[in-house]
Design a protein around this ligand. Structure first.
Ligand SMILES: Nc1ncnc2c1ncn2[C@@H]1O[C@H](COP(=O)(O)OP(=O)(O)OP(=O)(O)O)[C@@H](O)[C@H]1O
Ligand SMILES: *[C@@H]1O[C@H](CO)[C@@H](O)[C@H](O)[C@H]1NC(C)=O
Ligand SMILES: *[C@@H]1O[C@H](CO)[C@@H](O)[C@H](O)[C@H]1NC(C)=O
Ligand SMILES: *[C@@H]1O[C@H](CO)[C@@H](O)[C@H](O)[C@H]1NC(C)=O
Length: 458
């Protein structure tokens, strides 16, 4: 009884406390809701304002379609042309997918051309925004016969070459020749160029990225391929770019599927992700070698980051953003600045030293493509912390050490040292790939033919 009697007032007290708490909670809740509502309203209207003011050039599918429609209208009017136009405007073989990037007038959209994923690009939205070919205008004012009779294909080659040299920052004195097959196909033409062809070529040549990619096409695999063009828009192969947050940098999981499929659909040899990383790294080295030795001028990459490179299905590396790629003469031009200390001589990833007597930066870059690739790409693959238990593998440890050395020495001027670093990395990667291949062979025999390796192997 005592217990019950005691419990009753206790219950009453607890009940009162509960009611009091509930009321308080209710008032608090109401206040909270009001506050939340206010905050949401402020946030949304702020967002709308920011959106309206900052992203007035924001990418929408509607705008993209209108832009492409204008290209096609002008194609039909005979203003512009290109090998992509027929499929884009008449055949319906180019399917717009989504826009990727709209900034400062630059338009980049993803599409599919006869089933092949492509990226359509133009530096400016409208064809008319590009500078017209002065020769065409001259013909107009003189009112003479059509340009067709005046300009021979050879003239076109000549003007195009001048424009390309100018755009790539090569002096008139250097012997840049147009890529062999391009100049030959231009020269071997029987009939002269139409107005639309000339105007389109001219609009394309005003886009440094197009010019650069077009010149590099036949010289190296390590840039995105240009597949075609219509007016001022050009099509580039669609490639999945790298990401700094991805541990493998590139989406290798997706590639592994296609690699493991032999033509007969049977998995022949599945590459582990680490093996793929080694092959991609080897391709980076191959690219560095090409850019150093294959052209009459050394090619400098001044913006090296995962986002600016992509990997194809065959694990070759391609540069997809070449806005910051410069041949030696232009590089020297860029680096030669007034300075008071070395910090003034850093141009993104391309650096030189300040000559404090002359207060001028040296014109020679002191670091190299290889050094920056080691620092910004290889180091995230081959760093001791990530490898963990594989640290016991002597080749891996040696590779980590080689990458570390490569990243830390600015070997731009010392070509001998640079060459040695390159060879050391190349040797180690080749050995690791061979080792992996031998390992898999023996594992396959041990586990029977049906086993498929998908797990990470490090
Ligand atoms: N070949 C390609 N394949 C897939 N996506 C691409 C390709 N080229 C460009 N993109 C995408 O379009 C975006 C913009 O393209 P691009 O890099 O040419 O523009 P940009 O003005 O040079 O940009 P940034 O500010 O990165 O220099 C890139 O961030 C990339 O995601
Ligand atoms: C492109 O042309 C369209 C139609 O002629 C025009 O409305 C638009 O403002 C132009 N865009 C630019 C950037 O010049
Ligand atoms: C350029 O051409 C000249 C002859 O026309 C040749 O002597 C010279 O070596 C060439 N230079 C380069 C860098 O190829
Ligand atoms: C660099 O310095 C020189 C001489 O000190 C000066 O004439 C020139 O204008 C400077 N250039 C720039 C871009 O500041």
């Amino acid at each position: 009884m005592r217990q019950v009697g005691r419990r009753a007032p206790g219950l009453g007290q607890a009940g009162w406390a509960l009611r009091w708490l509930r009321a308080r909670a209710c008032r608090r809740g109401a206040l909270l809701v009001a506050l939340l509502w206010l905050l949401t309203w402020l946030f949304l209207s702020g967002l709308l304002f920011v959106h309206r003011s900052m992203f007035s050039d924001f990418c929408t599918d509607d705008k993209s379609r209108k832009i492409l429609q204008r290209v096609c209208d002008e194609y039909q009017q005979g203003v512009l042309t290109g090998d992509l136009c027929e499929d884009l405007c008449v055949g319906g073989h180019v399917e717009y997918k989504r826009c990727l990037y709209y900034e400062n007038g630059k338009k980049v959209m993803a599409a599919s051309w006869r089933g092949v994923p492509i990226v359509l690009k133009s530096k400016l939205e409208n064809f008319s925004s590009y500078e017209a070919l002065a020769l065409l205008e001259y013909q107009d004012t003189v009112g003479g016969a059509g340009i067709e009779e005046e300009l021979s294909p050879l003239d076109v080659v000549f003007y195009a070459t001048l424009e390309i040299k100018n755009s790539l920052g090569l002096e008139a004195g250097t012997n840049l020749t147009l890529p062999q097959f391009w100049s030959e196909s231009l020269r071997e033409r029987e009939q002269a160029y139409s107005r639309a062809e000339l105007a389109s070529l001219w609009a394309l040549l005003q886009q440094e990225e197009y010019t650069f990619l077009r010149v590099m096409q036949d010289l190296t695999d390590h840039v995105a391929k240009v597949l075609g063009s219509c007016g001022h828009f050009y099509a580039v192969e669609y490639l999945a770019a790298g990401h700094a947050w991805d541990q493998n940098i590139f989406p290798l999981e997706e590639l592994s599927v296609s690699l493991s499929q032999s033509p007969r659909g049977k998995p022949e040899r599945t590459l582990t992700e680490m093996d793929m990383v080694h092959r991609v790294a080897l391709s980076f080295l191959d690219m560095v070698g090409h850019f150093e030795n294959d052209f009459s001028h050394h090619l400098h990459l001044c913006d090296i980051k995962p986002e600016n490179f992509a990997v194809r299905k065959d694990l070759t590396v391609a540069a997809i953003d070449v806005d910051m790629a410069f041949f030696e003469p232009k590089m020297q031009d860029i680096l030669e600045q007034n300075c008071t200390n070395d910090n003034d001589c850093n141009f993104f990833d391309c650096i030189s030293k300040c000559d404090t007597r002359r207060n001028k930066c040296g014109s020679k870059r002191i670091n190299s493509n290889l050094q920056v690739i080691c620092e910004k790409i290889f180091r995230s693959w081959f760093s001791p912390t990530l490898l963990g238990d594989k640290a016991g593998c002597p080749l891996q440890v040696e590779l980590q050490q080689a990458v570390q050395d490569c990243a830390e020495t600015e070997n731009g001027e010392d070509t001998e040292h640079s060459q040695a670093t390159w060879l050391r990395l190349q040797g180690l990667l080749t050995q690791l790939i061979q080792e992996e291949s031998a390992n898999q062979q023996s594992q396959k025999q041990a586990r029977g033919p049906h086993h498929v390796h998908t797990a990470l192997n490090f």
